[in-house]
Design a protein around this ligand. Structure first.
Ligand SMILES: Cc1cc2nc3c(=O)[nH]c(=O)nc-3n(C[C@H](O)[C@H](O)[C@H](O)COP(=O)(O)OP(=O)(O)OC[C@H]3O[C@@H](n4cnc5c(N)ncnc54)[C@H](O)[C@@H]3O)c2cc1C
Length: 644
């Protein structure tokens, strides 16, 4: 007998601590569901206004200000603000991204990089949306390499002001959300120059518009039509000697005195820069969660369509078969469904860590580094998962999936860029690898890529390998599996989570030590460190990915084991097994190459994945219903067989 799923119970389990915050967002989204259609029918200019209007409307319900201090009208709960943002991804994604820009990027920069005077000046107004702002970091010339930005902010002691300047065309700010139309002010990231010395990138508040009119010295250009997210007004910004008072430097990490003395509690400029950026980690956590939730919308539509749509007579001579009863359809959708659950729980872990660190419950340097790494890794996997899942679900709905009313057009176009903004995924995975290679020590946080290469090359290989936590974990796991230290992978049951985790830990540990070995060998052979890194980069990304995959599976296994015996645990165990074995199966060539999977066992894993898919089949609709995407947001009247 398959387990019976109590859908509301599973929804409560998924919603977790922040069920109330998520419920508020669902209500707000359902109430304004018409924006999904308006995105297709309004002109671009009207759509942008509509999105802004909705942002202000939602702000009035408290939904978007949950992470700000109560003293300014916020909710004082960071975890709730992440849950609320993630849930917003069920609806129109321009609304989501506009909210992210205003409250996450702009508001987050004021909160995290500013001090009390900036909080007093801006927070209350920005929380309500009375003051609109943007976060102007990226330039046409530099996106990932933020330390190389060209914009300058030069202190003028005569007038006690900073002079903000765009020195050349490619130093113009680009893709900046809210810049083209709505932002009154910008948090601008610029090279700070004081008394002829450059102190690296810092942030300042620069007014852009008053009563909708651009201020002198500010030039703006609309980024124009984008692949998606056209309800957000992205634009370019150039500054021609724009003067701002000294007090508008966001000075939590560095101050400039009236007579032009620069001071910072963090001496090393690279360390200071990474510390500043580290405070903005919430944006990454939010985008990762949004990607995972957008995948839930796609899976809900595709799964529910597949239990209505019939094609070809197969099992029965009389009736055509439901799509979801085809093994292939199950193979296409269920591993993605299982992975969505896995990523949901991994996201829950990273959100809880962020909440703990930023609420001050746990706050040490190493925990911060681990959080930054985990946020980067979960964001990368979550957003790539969204892109892949939405495409698969679109195809699973055939031609109907292509019609805009069925949501996939917007889901695909709007989520595509999640893999790029808030940090390009490949660049983020390099950050993850750096944390692994340096064991998250704050002593090395300032190292750039070449610094990491030199650091690893200077250590004994055994030391590098010893440092990785994966190695230690693997040792422990081998103890609990049959087969001892050599044959643990041959003897253990495929459905034993210890076996599944040991496989992922083995891969992580092996890849990471392989990276360290190759970096060392390159340097020992006299190669230039940059060249060494470049040659090893695919391996670096592989190791980082393997690490995050391990964290994701651990989160799922932990969550399942926290449940009492019963139907819910049985259902989630099925999904967890499916996720684990599908993950191993996907990389079976690697496991075979490295002697951890025989041909026989590899085939058994594929058979097991098929069996698990079959076992998930009777639960599938309940499993997607538990995501509790409000029906108004699914649209797809013909696919789902109900009027919207
Ligand atoms: C819709 C949208 C909204 C945005 N909103 C904002 C905003 O509000 N504020 C803001 O400041 N920015 C914003 N951005 C900018 C965004 O954050 C950047 O686009 C992003 O950081 C990537 O930078 P880039 O475009 O310069 O790409 P690049 O850094 O040039 O990267 C291009 C490619 O090169 C690869 N690459 C880069 N470095 C390396 C390396 N060392 N090794 C190997 N490969 C590498 C990357 O993986 C990527 O595939 C937005 C962008 C978009 C599209």
């Amino acid at each position: 007998m398959p387990p019976t799923i109590d859908v509301p119970e599973l929804t409560r389990f998924l919603d977790g601590t922040y069920a109330e915050a998520r419920a508020l967002v669902r209500t707000n989204l359902a109430e304004h569901a018409e924006v999904l259609e308006q995105a297709e029918t309004l002109s671009r200019a009207e759509y942008r206004e509509r999105v802004k209007e909705l942002l202000v409307t939602m702000a009035a319900t408290g939904q978007t200000g949950m992470g700000f201090p109560e003293k300014y009208g916020g909710g004082g709960d960071i975890g709730a603000s992440i849950a609320s943002f993630e849930t917003l991804a069920y609806g129109d994604l321009s609304v989501l991204v506009k909210v992210g820009v205003q409250f996450g990027l702009f508001g987050g920069a004021i909160l995290q990089l500013g001090t009390e005077r900036h909080h007093d000046a801006y927070l209350a107004d920005l929380i309500t949306g009375r003051l609109m702002g943007c976060f102007a970091m990226t330039e046409t010339g530099h996106g990932s390499n933020v330390q190389a930005l060209g914009t300058t902010a030069t202190y003028d002691p005569v007038t006690d002001e900073f002079v903000v300047t765009t020195p050349d065309e490619v130093s113009g700010k680009d893709y900046i959300g809210n810049a083209a139309m709505h932002a009154d002010v910008a948090v601008v990231f610029a090279q700070l120059e004081v008394g002829g010395t450059s102190h690296g990138v810092h942030a300042l508040v620069v007014p852009l518009r008053r009563d909708g009119e651009l201020l002198p010295g500010v030039r703006v250009e609309d980024d124009g039509l984008k692949m998606g997210l056209n309800g957000v007004d992205n634009g370019r910004l150039w500054f021609d000697h724009v003067r701002v008072p000294r007090a508008d430097l966001l000075d939590r990490f560095a101050t400039v005195s009236e007579d032009g003395v620069y001071e910072s509690p963090i001496d090393n400029p690279d360390r200071r820069f990474f510390t500043m950026l580290g405070t903005l980690v919430q944006g990454r956590v939010c985008v990762g969660g949004a990607g995972i939730n957008a995948a839930k919308v796609a899976l809900t539509i595709a799964t529910k369509y597949a239990v209505r749509r019939r094609q070809f007579k197969a099992a029965s001579p009389d009736t055509e078969q439901l799509l979801l009863d085809y093994g292939l359809h199950q193979r296409r959708l269920f591993p993605l469904l299982a992975r969505t659950y896995a990523l949901h729980f991994a996201q829950e872990v990273v959100s809880a860590q962020l909440h703990a660190v930023f609420s001050g419950t746990v706050d040490d340097e190493q925990t911060r580094r681990q959080l930054e790494s985990r946020a980067a890794g979960t964001k990368a996997l979550g957003t790539w998962h969204a892109t892949r899942t939405i495409q698969e679900c679109r195809e699973a709905c055939g031609g109907a999936g292509y019609l805009a009313v069925n949501r996939f057009a917007a889901l695909k176009a709007d989520t595509d860029v999640f893999t790029t903004f808030e940090g390009d995924n490949h660049v983020l995975l390099q950050l993850v690898a750096k944390g692994l290679l340096t064991d998250y020590s704050s002593d090395f946080e300032h190292l750039d890529q070449l610094g990491v290469v030199r650091f690893v090359a200077g250590m004994a290989l055994e030391t590098v390998i010893e440092r990785t936590s994966a190695h230690k974990l693997l040792e422990r796991i081998k103890d609990v599996l049959p087969g001892g230290s050599d044959d643990w992978d041959q003897e253990a049951g495929l459905l034993d989570p210890n076996y599944q985790l040991a496989m992922l830990r083995f891969r992580e540990e092996h890849m990471l030590s392989g990276v360290a070995r190759r970096l060392k060998r390159g340097i020992d052979d006299g190669m230039n460190p940059g060249e060494v890194f470049s040659r090893v980069q695919d391996h670096v990304i592989g190791a980082a990915r393997a690490h995050v995959e391990r964290l994701v599976l651990e989160a799922f296994v932990d969550k399942v084991s926290s449940l009492p015996d019963g139907d819910l645990r049985a259902a989630l165990t099925l999904l967890c097994n499916l996720h684990a074995l599908a993950t191993i199966e996907q990389d079976r060539a690697w496991f075979m190459e490295h002697g951890r999977l025989t041909v026989q066992r590899s085939k058994t894993i594929s058979r097991e994945v098929n069996d698990l898919c079959l076992a998930v089949r009777p639960l599938a609709v309940d499993l997607v219903d538990a995501f509790a995407v409000p029906p108004e947001l699914l649209r797809s009247p013909d696919l789902l067989g109900c009027a919207p």
